[in-house]
Design a protein around this ligand. Sequence first.
Ligand SMILES: Cc1ncc(COP(=O)(O)O)c(C=O)c1O
Length: 488
Amino acid sequence: MNSEEINALESSGFLNLTGQTALIDSKPVTWWAEEFGLPLHVRSAEIIKGNIQAFKNVLQKYYPHSNIHFAAKAFPYPEMLKLIASEGIGIDAASYHEMRCALEAGVPPHAIGLNGNAKEDFMIQEAIGKDILIIADNIEELNYVNHLAQGMHKNANALLRVSGFNVGNVTADEVLTSNSWTKFGEHIDRVKKSMEQITGFSHINLQGFHAHVGSQITTLEPFQLVLGELINLGHLLNAHGQTCQIINIGGGYPISYFTQSEWNDFLIRIKKGDFLWHDKLNKIEIDHHNQIKRWIGEQFYTAFPKEKMLAALLQSQVMINGKSCNVLQALHDLGQPLLIIEPGRSIMGDSGLTLARVSHTKTVNLDHHLTILEMGITNLGEAFFGPSARKWTILTDHQQKDAQPFATFLAGNLCYSGDVFSPYKCLLQRKPKRDDIVMAHMTGAYDQYFFASNANAFARPPQLLSYGPNHIITVKKRDTYEEITGVI
Ligand SMILES: Cc1ncc(COP(=O)(O)O)c(C=O)c1O
């Protein structure tokens, strides 16, 4: 394997699989299980900080008039947002509590962007009062923000979120947010036609435009298309007598969950259909004529992971008024607006791992191996909305390997048939046995909490943030019986 392709969990040394005992931040995996119980989510603060620094370096190099707003939704807890504040970057908040959490963590109001497609009055009013940048989801909302600002005798600083771009099927539908069939943003054609209206609000200081292509966007083209269109809208804003001061291009910078060769193997195996749960998986397209299957969901490998996608974008070309133009030149021609990015997954994803205990191995549909874990799909967010791909490793006696990898589906402990972590067979080093500890790699963004619930009255696992073996912070503790059941 190309050393560049080893993921940050291993290359940083946070996960050390070189010796007899698997170590996480220098402590044996059994220590973590005994100290905190299983299942368990752990993240590395050092990896998170490294990711932030990498984005800072790219912006410093290519376009210093820029801000990073960490998408709090990737891990919206006080201890995390304190880390963000100490790194001197801003926050993309999408709810009242995310905004409050950012403010209490010490993020200055001017470094917060308020997103969200259903903002409550009290949230808008607090943002207006504190001069927080409001990213209006659509023209109706802009109108409403204007109304509230008028009532407060203040002007609101705002961007308008735009969608309706012809970006194609560039990620899973559930996390694609910039096409025409999305609940987010105002369609670009309507924005163009409504310039008089959106520049005419008496109490709105419209500073520019926002778009978020979607999450895990593994190719450059959608970013180029959307950035070019936002710059075009900026010129239109200027032509209407205002100044485009901000272009916010959102998040979506992808991470590689697999090496290129692992991902290629995965696609080949899908094509042959030799390891699928069944043919009805919603991310599989079946070509009956050629008897092949194709993966059409989210891509789990990219040639431009994390900040490399941003660097590629800033060095690429965009279409400005029908002509191809270098991105930096295009921004320059617009008057050097502040460029805001909102990375979430690319800051958090490869910082985290999830540990769970094996219950047992059985067979499904007579002769396919199925390994059952003592953890439910609610603790691995992406698997909840369709087949996602994560790498799994047995950490107990992790160097013990069978001659052939053990190909198995993985499922959880909920009374819910969709509780399948891995609806394609993943390859473990050997056949797992009861009480083995297995690890899902790279679960640091969204996975660990976004869809977490107390389904079947199971406790949600603790979430830990490790600054090193002697400084482990419990960001969120395991639920107690009383918390789960509401018994006081
Ligand atoms: C408006 C907005 N910005 C940024 C993000 C972060 O996206 P990602 O985690 O893919 O970087 C999201 C995620 O859905 C979002 O909705």
